[in-house]
Ligand binder design. Structure first.
Ligand code: AMP
Ligand code: MG
Length: 388
């Protein structure tokens, strides 16, 4: 059995030429930004008012002022603020020359033609040119682009962003017992949850997905589908059929189809039967069919490979937390990925009775990794939660 460290070492050695494409912002969420983005401009591009109020000189002594202009957001006023004068200014408007500060409107009142400042504003209320970011400064580091990143890119006038073309992923779910949701189950059958789940996991990461549906545990049918999937994808994920059962044909067929095994069986829990190999163009994961295994193996290893193939060094987000109940393991020869949630600010394993207990994942907010060799993790210990 291969251990987790060696699996990551193997995945680290994999690469392929990274291809890029420019996409519009509305298509960029979830895509992989590999090259850092610098700001092409100062933002904001001018000194602007943070308040509705009165633009005055910095050293203005008088509290009774004459208003010489009204400046709306979008105006480029040419007036100059001299001592004793002010301009009515709106939030977001460019401050006129001579402005040193803005007194918010609530601190003033009008008396005829004059503006009376009732209370000194403790703040300057001006957002300086380039205060958010200066031209040429780093704006985004490599990452999976989020909705918030769209705002940041747009604020710098960037309409298109260059992202890696993620590897295409083919998904084959094996099992004679499987039916797709929407169909009626016959006695002995269960619903195919891995198919929709793996498709969604791959899709969230911007990978083009090809779904080959359910393939029965039948050598010929499986061979045909594997043959096609290998031709059409950069990564093929098979679920089920990689263990020791009489109908677990996946490892044999993969090797017959020219995929070289790199490892089979890993010291991990869940997911011990994991199979990994490749041919010239395609990487293949044989994932055990138990749904929690499939989910976690994608999160931990398939994602890692996707990023690697896109030239990103993957760093999943972790939060530190205090363990709310002790974890005692019956066996500790494998590295365990344990689904957890937060209860009263403490990290607690979800009630989970094994890798087929998919409903437990509804509660899980993250995974903690209990290394091989560790029998017990005590209540009160600090744990690192990998967020899901
Ligand atoms: P296997 O890895 O094929 O031995 O399957 C292990 C367990 O996972 C069995 O109980 C299967 O019925 C179940 N299983 C296999 N594939 C799926 C799937 N696509 N969706 C849900 N459960 C599955
Ligand atoms: Mg099976």
């Amino acid at each position: 059995m291969i251990n987790v460290k060696d699996i990551f070492n193997i995945l680290d050695q994999q690469s392929r030429p990274v291809l890029y494409e420019k996409v519009l912002l509305k298509e960029a969420v979830g895509r992989l930004l590999v090259k850092p983005v610098q700001s092409p401009m100062d933002s904001p591009p001018f000194d602007k008012s943070a308040m509705d109020g009165w633009a005055i000189r910095k050293d203005e002594k008088s509290t009774i002022l004459r208003s010489i202009a009204t400046v709306a957001a979008g105006d480029a006023s040419t007036v100059i603020i001299e001592p004793g004068t002010c301009a009515a200014i709106m939030t977001g408007a460019k401050v006129p020359e001579g402005t040193g500060r803005v007194i918010r409107i609530e601190y003033s009142h009008r008396e005829g033609d004059s503006v009376v400042i009732d209370k000194d504003d403790p703040l300057i209320n001006i957002i300086g040119r380039g205060e958010n970011i200066r031209k040429g400064d780093p704006a985004l580091t490599p990452r999976i682009l989020s909705a918030g990143d769209m705002g940041i890119l747009a604020s710098m006038g960037i309409a298109q962003v260059e992202v890696a073309i993620a590897p295409s992923i083919g998904i084959v779910t094996t099992g004679t017992e499987l039916k797709d949701p929407g169909e009626e189950l016959k006695d002995g059958e269960i619903y195919n949850s891995n198919g929709p789940q793996l498709m969604a996991q791959a899709d969230i990461w911007g990978c083009p997905v090809h779904y080959y549906g359910i393939v029965a545990d039948d050598r010929e049918a499986l061979r045909n589908t594997v043959h096609q999937a290998l031709r059409e994808n950069d990564i093929v994920l098979l679920s089920g059929g990689v263990s020791m059962g009489e109908f677990d044909y996946v490892p044999g067929i993969l090797e017959e189809e020219g995929v070289t095994k790199i490892f089979h069986k890993a010291a991990i829990k869940p997911g011990r039967p994991l199979w990994f190999g490749k041919n010239e163009n395609t990487f293949v994961f044989g994932l055990p069919g138990n749904p929690v295994s499939t989910f976690i193996l994608f999160e931990v290893f398939v994602k890692y490979l996707i990023q690697k193939l896109c030239g990103l060094n993957y760093e999943p987000a972790f939060l530190r937390g205090v363990l709310g109940e002790s974890i005692t393991r019956k066996t500790w020869d494998r590295t365990e990925f344990l689904p957890v949630k937060w209860v009263d600010e403490e990290v607690v394993p979800v009630r989970y009775h094994g890798s087929s207990h998919l409903n437990a994942m509804a509660e899980a907010k993250g995974l903690i990794v209990v290394e091989a060799g560790i029998e017990k993790v005590e209540k009160g210990e600090t744990v690192h939660v990998r967020l899901l």
